[in-house]
Design a protein around this ligand. Structure first.
Ligand code: BES
Ligand code: MN
Ligand code: ZN
Length: 546
């Protein structure tokens, strides 16, 4: 394992100052309020009361049963009639016409009980508020899904409800002139739980879930923002805002500084555009007494990828405004980390530039030298992500980082291999890989590991340099990762290829069309899990021996 360096003194570290031209407008659904109350549900005056039902249940119990009784068995009747099945996300609206205080009861399907977990709660919570919004209903009261016979603890349920609600209502309407008049917004969800202690736990969960979801939305906004607005400088502004709000240290390095540091691989990409490149460095010192207890989050921030001189075909090129999703998710994860304050030091490094075919653009065949002295033959200028990440990884190592996680929309091959259901994971350290996958199990973000066998190394052998930046058509995601592996200098390292998962092509559960915010929640969860593993609070630590 790598020699542990202590963090070097860092030049020009500043506390973030307010930035005048932060691009992101307030997301509309930031108006959304989620409250927790301790009350009896049938007596609440609300436009809609949300209750739930597992699949196959003939006679509802618990809160749903109480409502059913108050409605003289209306829900049981609808189940008998086959109209309510309890399928996941199924929504059945019943008007109460004054029989109970709530004007409507909405029966939400939770699906089969044996498949139920927090992820189901996130998904159905999103479906139900979108359903209400379509109906023009802006307020509702809900029971805490899964906190009863579902077996979730109340805090987990509260967190999942908040995440699903915020993320499911998300819309990017920044550039549509008649956007605000066109629809009602959903404004207020009240989670009701009779028991006061349980209500307190739900409330803590709702608070954490809202924090986490709002950070995801920061990432979604950045990714959805068109590239003429979300330039590298604007990414730096967004990072400055996060750092200022959370009291984190931030440095933004510009082209001359990066050239001086020997970032030839990054600068090779950046020379194709007039738009200044930025290396954005954010520091969270959660365990200053133990500098070796650290995590580096490295993000690809290509604000637009034309392919450069190896120009991409025009069809679908507009999607390449999202080629900074890795960088956006790292910035957003720092917002959560700044709020949840895990006992670990986290360094975020985002390499931001455009990949353009300007008059000074690099050419296929050029050889560039990264910060660690290694040379790369640029076979294809469209394989730019690995070039900028090479220097970002070197930088993080120079800062003494011993655990690295990079996040990048790195290869089209990833979309071919795993589609949009899960993120591809590669790396050199089985423990850190497993910790990442496990963090994903908690957040509901899915990961799948790909191999890094030595046999693949031949793919990036170059005749003229230490390696080449394109391995051709075979194992495209793996050969890209193998290039990155040359720049981690023995540190534990995980690479997340989010080319498929950073955007969604459909509305489904808490995802909507466009940016997903993946893997923001998992990055923050990993930081918390690593902090916990390094200094377990009490017995029952699940830290695994290596
Ligand atoms: N940003 C792209 C990868 C990508 C493709 C992300 C589709 C999201 C959706 C990356 O920079 C790229 O162009 N990769 C090339 C690499 C090749 C030239 C070796 C690719 O995947 O085709
Ligand atoms: Mn590219
Ligand atoms: Zn790219």
């Amino acid at each position: 394992m790598a020699a542990t360096q202590t963090a070097k003194p860092k030049p020009k570290t500043t506390k973030a100052k307010n930035s005048a031209k932060t691009p992101a407008k307030t997301p509309k659904n930031s108006r959304l309020e989620i409250k927790v109350e301790s009350a009896d549900i049938t007596g609440i005056d609300t436009p809609a009361l949300v209750v739930n039902l597992f699949r196959g249940v003939k006679k509802p119990g618990g809160a749903t049963g109480a409502v059913d009784e108050a409605l003289d068995g209306a829900i049981t009747q609808l189940i008998e009639d086959g109209e309510i099945k309890g399928a996941t996300g199924e929504t059945t609206l019943i008007h109460t016409f004054g029989r109970i205080k709530p004007k409507r009861v909405l029966v939400l399907g939770l699906g089969p009980k044996d498949k139920f977990d927090a992820q189901v709660v996130r998904r159905v919570s999103a479906e139900v508020v979108r359903f209400l919004r379509r109906k023009g209903i802006s307020r509702a009261v809900t029971i805490a899904h899964g906190a009863g016979i579902g077996g979730l603890d109340p805090q987990q349920s509260g967190q999942a409800i908040a995440e699903g609600t915020h993320l499911g209502l998300y819309r990017f309407g920044a550039y549509q002139s008649n956007y605000s008049e066109s629809t009602t917004e959903f404004e207020k969800l009240t989670v009701v739980e009779l028991d006061k202690t349980r209500a307190k736990s739900i409330e803590a969960g709702v608070k954490l879930g809202s924090t986490v979801a709002q950070a995801c939305i920061v990432a979604r906004d950045m990714v959805n923002e068109p590239a003429n607005h979300m330039t590298p400088s604007r990414m730096a502004d967004a990072a400055l805002k996060v750092a200022k709000d959370q009291g984190l240290k931030i440095q933004v390095l510009d082209n001359p500084e990066m050239k001086k540091m020997g970032m030839g691989a990054f600068m090779g990409v950046a020379q194709g555009t007039d738009e200044p490149a930025k290396l954005i460095v954010i520091r969270y010192d959660g365990d200053p007494a133990n500098p070796e207890n650290n995590l580096g989050l490295i993000g690809k921030g290509i604000t637009f990828d034309t392919g450069g001189i190896s120009l991409k075909p025009p069809g679908g090129m507009e999607a390449m405004k999202g080629d900074m999703a890795g960088g956006a998710s790292v910035i957003a994860a720092m917002q959560i980390i700044g709020q949840t304050k895990p006992k670990i030091n986290v360094l975020a490094v985002i390499a931001a530039t455009e990949n353009m075919p300007g008059p000074s653009a690099q050419r296929p065949g050029d050889v560039v030298r990264a910060m660690n002295g290694k040379t790369i033959e640029v076979i294809n200028t469209d394989a730019e992500g690995r070039l900028v990440l090479a220097d970002a990884l070197c930088y993080a190592r120079e800062q003494g980082i011993t655990k690295l996680v990079d996040v990048a929309t790195l290869t089209g091959a990833m979309v071919t291999t795993l589609g949009k259901a899960c993120t591809g994971v590669m790396g050199n350290d089985d423990t850190l890989i497993q910790q990442t996958i496990d963090a994903g199990k908690k957040t509901g973000e899915k990961f799948w590991q790909l191999p890094m066998f030595d046999e693949y190394k031949d793919l990036i052998k170059s005749d003229v340099a230490d390696m080449k930046n394109s391995g051709g058509r075979q194992a495209g995601s793996i050969s890209a990762a193998l290039l990155l592996a040359e720049f981690v200098d023995g540190a534990a390292w995980v690479h997340l290829d989010i080319a498929g998962t950073s955007t969604s092509d459909k509305v489904s559960g808490y995802l909507v069309r466009g940016a997903t915010g993946v893997p923001v929640r998992t990055l923050a969860q990993l930081a918390m899990d690593l902090a916990e593993a390094a200094s377990p609070k009490k017995s029952g630590s699940r830290a695994k021996a290596k």
